[in-house]
Design a protein around this ligand. Structure first.
Ligand SMILES: [Zn+2]
Length: 478
């Protein structure tokens, strides 16, 4: 038996135009091109704080239900490593931007210890016998979100991170599509209980063995965090004594390897950053950030549930803020259920297939309204609505202008859907022509039904819905 305690430190790259303490661009670009004497840490340079980064960190604080510190300061965390040439990182230690928050994951509340701002170090690229450094990343603003050790399993850690990602996307503070935009350090400690039944005494004896905390550094993405922690649980179960240490997750070998003995926070020798003032936020500024905070996914979900749409479809809409915005626009003119289905089923399926987001592809609300009109007037079937959307996404992929739905229909040489009576005629024809499959179906072979549907679809030239064909066919057969 065991008890697992997991705490996470999540580093999120904030969406700002310029770096945290200088005016260098945060864009990727050729290595070591977006740099200046401040983010390269030249002696005598002075940091200038980016206001936008504070705002984004505040948004995170509010979204995670934190207490906001109106007054906070920055500190230097001393360490000697080539990714930070000035030998210290400007971060927050004593008073962070926000603290004491919470995030609900399923039915459990995970406490957020703090949210603070810090600068990202340079990116280290490890080659066989040397390392490369890209200082473009040095000085990019990070928000570090630290949880209490409240998570009880690797799977729960993953769920937490997925919830967190969703919130961060909805409040537009980071671009999760960018590689390395979210990096996680995970702390795990396991207490093992040994229970042996003692027959003479009629009870159990418990031996309690508390393992030291192990930190796994620099894991990217929720899925990898779950894998790394699962590996670590197995590893710790199979060794006698767990040492306090820092380990690294290797995505290729799917193992953690020891990196060094873990430092205590105090060992970094924090000192106040003398080149930055103590920040004091006005009530007005805080109110502004708080009142401009976009609606959070949880609250949207509550509202959408009132439309009598399945929870599964709503959860799909909630995978991207734009899907929910589009949904609300469509609802102004069209039926809620039809609007939800066209987005969450047809469009999302195509987007997922190409690993794209709605915001990428340039399909507009008016395009979707046209498709809903066509559906409403029975000019197209659901199958065809899906084909139109697939074509429009292909336009984006082929770097062509997105065609209007009606143009897509013309290009496909599409004819109006068949009338019910014509479909019935084909159904009966196929039944007559395929006596063997009909017999198989009556003997209980479901596959035979799919075969028959396929035959009818071919006759109709995709001008009838598979779902409707199935209904009519079953009506004739049963
Ligand atoms: Zn710079």
């Amino acid at each position: 038996m065991q008890e697992i305690k997991i705490g996470l430190e999540v580093h999120v790259q904030l969406n700002t135009e310029s770096k945290l303490f200088c005016s260098c661009s945060t864009k990727r670009g050729e290595p070591n091109t977006n740099v200046c004497d401040i983010c390269l840490g030249f002696p005598g340079t002075k940091p200038v704080l980016n206001e936008k980064a504070i705002e984004l960190a505040l948004k995170i604080g509010y979204a995670l239900d934190c207490k906001i510190n109106r007054k906070f300061l920055f500190s230097r965390k001393t360490y000697f490593y080539p990714d930070l040439p000035k030998n210290f990182q400007i971060t927050q230690f004593e008073i962070p931007v926000a603290h004491k928050g919470k995030l609900k994951v399923r039915d459990r509340e995970i406490r957020i210890r703090r949210v603070h701002l810090e600068e990202d170090p340079a990116k280290i690229i490890r080659e066989d016998d040397y390392i490369l450094l890209d200082y473009n990343r040095s000085g990019i603003p990070l928000a570090e979100i630290v949880t209490e050790p409240d998570l009880k399993s690797p799977a729960e850690a993953r769920s937490f991170l997925q919830r967190l990602e969703q919130i961060l996307e909805f409040i537009y503070v980071t671009d999760l599509n960018k590689e390395g935009s979210m990096r996680v350090d995970a702390n795990i400690s396991m207490t093992r209980y040994k229970i042996e039944y003692n027959y003479s005494k009629g009870g159990g004896i418990t031996e309690r063995k508390k393992g030291d905390q192990v930190e796994i550094k620099n894991i990217s993405g929720a899925k990898e965090v779950e894998k790394a922690l699962s590996y670590e649980v197995l590893r710790q179960k199979n060794i006698k004594e767990v040492k306090r240490e820092t380990r690294l997750w290797n995505e290729k070998t799917k193992t953690t390897v020891s990196a060094r003995v873990k430092e205590e926070e105090e060992e970094y020798g924090y000192i106040f950053e003398p080149d930055l003032p103590v920040i004091e936020l006005s009530e007005e500024k805080l109110n502004k950030v708080c009142s401009n905070l976009p609606e959070l996914p949880e609250s949207k979900k509550k509202r959408f549930l009132k439309y009598k749409i399945s929870e599964e479809i709503i959860d799909t809409l909630l995978t991207e803020p734009e899907l929910t915005h589009y949904f609300e626009y469509l609802c102004e003119t069209h039926n809620e259920k039809a609007s939800a289905v066209i987005l969450a089923k047809y469009l999302k399926k195509t987007l997922n297939y190409h690993n794209l987001k709605l915001r990428d592809v340039g399909i507009e609300v008016r395009h979707l309204r046209r498709i809903l009109d066509l559906l409403q007037q029975y000019l197209i079937t659901d199958d065809v609505a899906e084909i139109i959307l697939r074509e429009m996404v292909n336009d984006y992929i082929n770097r062509e202008e997105i065609r209007e739905p009606k143009q897509v229909l013309r290009d496909l040489d599409y004819e109006k859907p068949l009338e019910e009576e014509k479909i019935r005629k084909f159904v009966r024809e196929v039944i007559r022509e395929n006596t063997k499959a009909v017999k198989d179906y009556h003997r209980g072979e479901e596959k035979a039904l799919d075969y028959l549907i396929g035959q009818i679809m071919r006759k109709t030239g995709r001008r009838a819905d598979a779902k409707r064909i199935k209904e009519l066919l079953k009506f004739e057969l049963d």
